[in-house]
Design a protein around this ligand. Structure first.
Ligand SMILES: Cc1cc2nc3c(=O)[nH]c(=O)nc-3n(C[C@H](O)[C@H](O)[C@H](O)COP(=O)(O)O)c2cc1C
Length: 306
């Protein structure tokens, strides 16, 4: 699944942020580009986006992210588009991978299940997932709580297939660390929010570039599930980070909550946010990741000879 890449990285899918421009730029830079299907506001738009991506990336692997939670009424239609355009990788999130398995494996694609615990990892594999995206503490969006080292080692006790590790990994040093620890690839979202090709509004990109790891709050108050929020955007929406409202029922779309819209008005980032210094093209971000990845790998060579 990760053969032939310049770097074992998936530019992770992000709601309202990842679209065809980001996916195509990521694939051309030598990593896997991904987008959540709900970012296309209609099935016709999803059809257009997937047509564009396929034409632009050729044989390079790209990835569609399906929200398999029961709240996603469009899932059957999204799956039809997946069957039509055959993304080589599909990641299921916020629900079981089961609805995607037959369709994706039917055309030779691979299904990764986004999971935050050992229980969910085992369930996803029992449902037939080909691999796991293990989301750990420090992730942007809906975050996990486990240490990446602990999560990875626990998963390797029962699974030797593809594992992608995500959460706060924002440079080539972290990518090398994840691979050395036993992952097959790294899932990186926050690092691409401020990319030139991302659909994030300019003020969001500027906030990410200015923020550091202390500017984050993990709270279930916005969507009903723990997610990592930029404190300046909470304040800008009249929310008090020291006194957040009670968590609502689960609501993952961009509908109304508090006085603003989830994701559209209140912005998320993960603990890698400090590594983002400004708006840059994806090609430049990936080139820096590749340079630091090579430098990090070189650190092992003398140690091996000792
Ligand atoms: C703003 C934002 C939106 C996200 N939206 C989604 C999404 O729609 N679907 C999904 O599976 N993951 C989503 N994620 C999570 C990412 O796919 C990935 O797990 C996470 O960004 C990895 O951690 P990192 O941000 O520390 O690199 C989102 C993350 C961010 C920062």
């Amino acid at each position: 699944m990760f053969d032939g890449l310049r770097l074992p990285v998936i530019a992770a899918p992000m709601f309202l942020i990842s679209g065809p421009d980001l996916v195509i730029a990521a694939c051309k830079a030598g990593v896997i580009g991904a987008f959540p299907t709900p970012n296309a506001r209609s099935i016709d738009q999803l059809d257009d986006w997937m047509t564009r991506i396929r034409a632009a990336v050729g044989d390079a692997p790209w990835c569609a992210n399906l929200v398999t939670h029961s709240s996603n009424a469009r899932l059957p239609q999204d799956l039809e588009m997946v069957a039509k355009h055959k993304p080589p990788v599909v990641v299921s999130a916020l629900g079981s991978p089961a609805p995607a398995i037959a369709v994706v494996q039917g055309y030779g694609g691979k299904v990764l299940a986004d999971v935050t615990s050992i229980t969910l990892a085992k369930k996803a594999l029992q449902a037939g997932a080909d691999g796991l995206a293990c989301i750990c503490a420090g992730a942007g969006g809906h975050t996990g709580a486990l240490s990446p080292f602990a999560f990875l080692r626990a998963v390797r006790e029962f699974f030797d297939g593809p594992v992608v590790l995500g959460g706060g990994i924002s440079d080539g040093w972290g990518v090398a660390g994840a691979i050395a620890a036993g992952a097959d690839a790294v899932y990186m979202g926050t690092s691409f929010i401020a990319a030139q090709e991302s659909m994030a509004p300019p003020a969001y990109k500027d906030m990410v570039a200015a923020a550091g790891v202390d500017d984050l709050l993990v709270s279930p108050a916005i969507t009903g599930t723990a997610a990592s929020w930029l404190i300046p955007s909470l304040l800008a929406n009249g929310l008090d980070p020291r006194n957040m409202p009670d968590a609502p029922g689960r609501a993952y779309d961009s509908g109304q909550s508090f006085k603003g819209k989830r994701w559209a008005d209140v912005w998320s980032a993960g603990q890698g946010v400090g590594a983002v210094q400004g708006v840059e093209p994806v090609a430049q971000i990936v080139a820096r990741l590749a340079r630091d990845y090579t430098a990090a790998r070189a650190r092992f060579a003398p140690a091996m000879q000792a």
